[in-house]
Design a protein around this ligand. Sequence first.
Ligand code: ZN
Length: 68
Amino acid sequence: MVAVRVVGVVKVVTLFLIGMIILAMLGRLRLPKFGSRNGRGRIKDARKCPKCGSYILHDGDCGCGAKK
Ligand SMILES: [Zn+2]
């Protein structure tokens, strides 16, 4: 009887772990897509430095030496 109970617990734990692995895989498959979309939108909205072409995140110079 004890062995049967242990096997049942092992099955439940195994199913739980498999469910967590599936959720983790789905999360890895979904998150990069949303991240790239958000990154593209931010890059489009961001301004570029007229001299070196790098993206300027905040108001001001980008650090390449270009001044207003
Ligand atoms: Zn620059």
